[in-house]
Design a protein around this ligand. Structure first.
Ligand code: S3P
Length: 449
């Protein structure tokens, strides 16, 4: 997407959210379905694929490595002719992964043992995010990877066909599904058994999907928090169709919007409710939100449900730290809920927010202060005192989740909220404006010239 074209959102104050809507497909599952589908043997179909710039960056990368991928069509149907574990071809130039951290981090593992050199590059935000967390373990496994001297992209991955990777027993230094997935994907190509231990549960789509593609993996609960995931290198993936549920991270904006605006009653259909992703539901419920689930079912190895949210009076809480990795992408939205709650909300143990698409602690605190909220950032979180949003102009900082969160704040603001630098909403939520308008948010976008 063009970073040059700057988009501003203007959200009118007031209103409420009603109706039944389906938010776009899950970003994490969409990325992984392209990766595993491409490496599998046979032809597979994805339905509900997220047509956002991030997952499209992954799709384009595999096309550039010779995989035949048809679609996505209007319904998000994608057909992949898998090339098998060793069928990828050298791309003509660098793989440009745009704004997508998941693409870069997972591909670092997956591409560390190919028989060709390649470069992974990204936009300004992605090029400033830490990549040592993925290159370190993969280099320990025997990969040859160059980064900038501060450990950032572009990443140059050198051909590794003569010396196969060696398995590793790796303890994650932080609770990161991206790092876990990177090591497991490299482990597919390694000699021996690769094991990853996570300090706290993180999203487990990679493990579920590897099993769905017929790969044997072993998961052990070491204690209440720590899990160890092991797999043996040298196996194969067998094509399997994927039905991508709606993304709970995209649903989160509407959960918060409906919770804070009186008379709201909205149902979000077919949303993924994987237990490693439902921190936002648990946290909002602890704050007093009125959230109920129906139509619970399992689709392709992932639990899904319809989620109904009605307005409720919220109260401030100290967010339990064990919920942080389970809601890691939802804190921009949750902080809007906290700003509308009675009393104080304290977030701790969330230092990872400082290295997302933007420094999300700083971004939210700066924006909420402009809108009249008494809040402060801490090293690893935020302290937010509930109040009332005034009117003002905030910076979306090219971070999709910051932009959409502030759009929801307008539901409870005294005047219009203008949000700058919103073009990257397209990375995860194409037509956010259209869907949000259809259920009551009075928001418009304009391209800046
Ligand atoms: C993701 C994992 C999370 C999340 C990101 C997607 C994934 O990152 O923030 O949006 O698909 O594995 P970390 O694992 O680094 O926390």
């Amino acid at each position: 997407m063009s970073e040059e074209q700057s988009i501003t959102y203007i959200a009118k104050p007031g209103g409420h959210l009603t109706g039944h809507i389906r938010v776009p497909g899950d970003k994490s599952i969409s990325h992984r379905s392209i990766m595993l589908g491409s490496l599998s043997e046979g032809c597979m179909t994805i339905t509900g694929f997220l047509q956002g710039e991030d997952s499209l960056a992954t799709l384009r990368a595999f096309r550039a490595m010779g995989v035949q991928i048809t679609g996505p069509d209007e319904q998000g149907k994608v057909i992949i002719d898998g090339v098998g574990m060793y069928g990828l071809k050298a791309p003509d130039g660098p793989l440009d992964l745009g704004n997508s951290g998941t693409s870069m981090r997972l591909l670092t593992g997956l591409l560390a043992a190919q028989g060709f050199d390649l470069t992974l590059s990204g936009d300004h935000s992605l090029s400033s995010r830490p990549m040592k967390r993925v290159t370190d373990p993969v280099v320990q496994m025997g990969a040859h990877i160059e980064t900038n001297k501060d450990g950032t992209a572009p990443l140059i991955i050198h051909s590794n066909n003569e010396s196969q990777l060696q398995a590793i027993n790796y303890t994650l230094p932080m609770a990161s599904a991206q790092v876990k997935s990177c090591v497991l994907l490299a482990g597919l190509y390694a000699q021996g058994q690769t094991c990853v231990t996570e300090p706290a549960p993180t999203r487990d789509h990679t493990e579920r999907m590897l099993q769905g593609f017929g790969y044997d993996i072993k998961v052990d609960e070491l204690d209440e928090q720590r899990r160890q995931i092991c797999l043996q290198g040298g196996g194969k993936l067998t094509a399997c169709d994927i039905d991508v549920p709606s993304d709970i991270s995209s649903a989160a904006f509407f959960m918060v919007g409906a919770s804070i605006s009186e008379d709201s009653d909205i149902t979000l259909k077919h949303v993924g409710i994987n237990p490693t992703r439902i921190g936002v539901i648990n946290i909002l419920q602890q704050m007093g939100a009125d959230i109920s689930l129906s139509n619970e079912q399992e689709v392709g190895g992932e639990p899904v449900a319809d989620i109904r949210i009605r307005y409720a009076k919220l109260k401030g809480i100290h967010i339990p730290e064990d919920q942080v990795p389970l809601a890691i992408d939802e804190f921009p939205a949750i902080s809007i809920a906290a700003a509308c709650a009675d009393g104080q909300t304290i977030l701790t143990g969330a230092e990872e927010l400082r290295v997302k698409e933007s420094d999300r602690i700083q971004a939210m605190v700066d924006g909420m202060k402009i809108l009249g909220i008494d809040c402060e950032g801490t090293k690893d979180g935020m302290i937010i005192n509930g109040g009332e949003f005034s009117s003002g102009t905030v910076d979306g900082l090219g971070d999709h989740r910051i932009a959409m969160s502030f759009a929801m704040a307008a539901l409870k603001a005294k005047g219009p909220v203008t949000i700058k630098d919103c073009a990257n909403v397209n990375t995860s939520f194409p037509d956010f404006i259209g869907l949000a308008q259809s259920c009551g948010l009075q928001v418009n976008s304009k391209a800046d010239v």
